[in-house]
Ligand binder design. Structure first.
Ligand code: FE2
Length: 192
C-alpha cells in the first residue's frame, strides 16, 4: 500500500515541479517563463481578493504544460495538447473542484470571452490568438449559454482575464513559497 502523503509533501512535489520545469517559456514563444506566468496570475487573483481556491487555480492553471513536455510549444507546432485537461486531472487528485474546475475551463473561458465580451479578442497576445484557432475559435451562442450554467464558469472567466495579464517581463511578485500555506490548506486528498 502506498503511504499517505501529507499536504506538505503534496505541495512540495508541486513546488519541485515548478522549480525543475518552471523556466520553460510560456506558450512556447512569449517572453515570460511558466513560473513567472503562474506567479503573476496568482498575484492578480490575490489583488482581486479571490477565494483561496481560485488563487491556487490561478497559480497552477498551466501546470499541464509542465507535466507534459510534449505539450510545450504545441500551438507553435500547430496542434492543441489540451493542457487544461491534463492539468485539471492532476490537480483533482489533490484538490477540490474549486481549484481543478477553473483550470479545466480556462481555455474554454478564452473562447467564451472572445464571443461574449466586446474588445476582448483585440487584447489577446499573438500566441494566444494562434492557440485560440487551434482550440476552436470563439464560442457559439449555444456554447456561451452552456458555459454560463457551469458551477465554476465565472471563476474560470476571472482566471482567464488574469491569465492574459500575467505576461509582464520582469514584474516583481511574491514567490511560490508565499502560496505554500494556502495550497496546503486546500489539499483534500493524498492523491493515492
Ligand atoms: Fe496561462
Amino acid at each position: 500500500m502506498t503511504p499517505r502523503k501529507s499536504a506538505t509533501e503534496i505541495v512540495e512535489t508541486i513546488a519541485h515541479l515548478y522549480a525543475e520545469r518552471g523556466a520553460i517559456p510560456y506558450e512556447g514563444g512569449e517572453s515570460v517563463s511558466q513560473l513567472a506566468h503562474g506567479l503573476q496570475a496568482a498575484a492578480c487573483a490575490e489583488r482581486a481578493h479571490a477565494a483561496p481556491g481560485l488563487v491556487a487555480a490561478a497559480l497552477l492553471h498551466d501546470i499541464g504544460h509542465l507535466l507534459d513536455p510534449k505539450g510545450e510549444g504545441a500551438a507553435v507546432e500547430g496542434y492543441d495538447a489540451r493542457h487544461e485537461d491534463g492539468g485539471a486531472d492532476h490537480l483533482a487528485r489533490f484538490f477540490g473542484a474549486e481549484v481543478a474546475d477553473p483550470v479545466r475551463l480556462h481555455v474554454a473561458a478564452k473562447r467564451y470571452l472572445c464571443a461574449a465580451r466586446p474588445g476582448y479578442f483585440e487584447r489577446l497576445s499573438p500566441a494566444s490568438v494562434r492557440s485560440l484557432a487551434l482550440q476552436g475559435g470563439p464560442m457559439s451562442a449555444a456554447e456561451v449559454a452552456a458555459f454560463d450554467a457551469l458551477p465554476h464558469g465565472r471563476d474560470a472567466l476571472r482566471l482567464r482575464v488574469w491569465d492574459e495579464e500575467a505576461k509582464i517581463v520582469g514584474l516583481e511578485v511574491p514567490s511560490f513559497d508565499h502560496y505554500r500555506p494556502l495550497l496546503e490548506s486546500l489539499v483534500s486528498s493524498d492523491g493515492a
